[in-house]
Ligand binder design. Structure first.
Ligand SMILES: [Zn+2]
Length: 211
């Protein structure tokens, strides 16, 4: 007899805690292609924050995900476009984002973006690009540097926010790195280490309970 163990679904393994259903995993020229469907509740309009009720359409977007072993992983994800029904809102429709997986205008998953940003923070441009090539992570030097200088704008700060300073290059310019302590990932990088910049960020991103 096998001991009783809680069995895991493929979603538990690939996308823990993320609202998607995996439809198919296949092979395409060396990459694992994971076809998935977003299953979360309707998103909120980025213009007015009202929760949507009507689906406009669906489409498939393609995301680079962290590799499994030495294999590249591409997620083909069906996401929904919603109507915003608020009369005064300037947006007629918007595309949902899947928390923990997608960000607006970004071709890599939130997880992969977090990896790339951490590597860029630790190593800077050229060495970071070399390490990414070794690890088969799709990211050139420009893309890595862009992650440092133009981090994604997120609406809210994580509940437990870690703040640390770092040097862009040893003894050179300093910046501030903001970390989601509970999720263990970098959420943002500020271009300097002044309290003024940090205070402005906190004002634009409320929600931190412990700093
Ligand atoms: Zn709206």
């Amino acid at each position: 007899m096998f001991p009783a163990v809680a069995s895991k679904t493929v979603e538990d393994v690939l996308f823990p805690g993320i609202a998607v259903r995996v439809e198919r995993v296949s092979d395409a020229s060396g990459a694992l292609v994971v076809e998935a469907v977003s299953t979360g509740r309707p998103g909120r309009c980025p213009g007015c924050r009202k929760q949507a009720r009507r689906v406009h359409s669906s489409y498939q977007r393609s995301l680079d995900e962290r590799p499994l072993g030495l294999r590249r992983v591409v997620v083909r994800l069906w996401v929904r476009r919603y109507f915003c029904d608020r009369k005064w809102c300037s947006r007629r429709t918007f595309v949902e984002q899947v928390p923990g997986l997608t960000e607006r205008h970004r071709r890599s998953s939130t997880g992969l973006t977090g990896w790339l940003r951490s590597i860029a923070v630790e190593l800077g441009g050229r060495p970071a690009a070399r390490l990414c090539r070794r690890l088969r992570l799709a990211a050139g030097r420009t893309r890595l540097l862009r992650l440092l200088t133009a981090p994604p704008v997120q609406g809210r700060a994580p509940r437990v926010l870690g703040v640390d300073e770092f040097a862009f290059r040893k003894g050179c310019t300093y910046g501030t790195v903001l970390v989601d302590v509970e999720a263990g990932r970098v959420v943002n990088v500020l271009p300097d280490r002044t309290s003024k910049t940090f205070a402005a960020w906190l004002k634009a991103h409320p929600g931190a309970e412990i700093i």
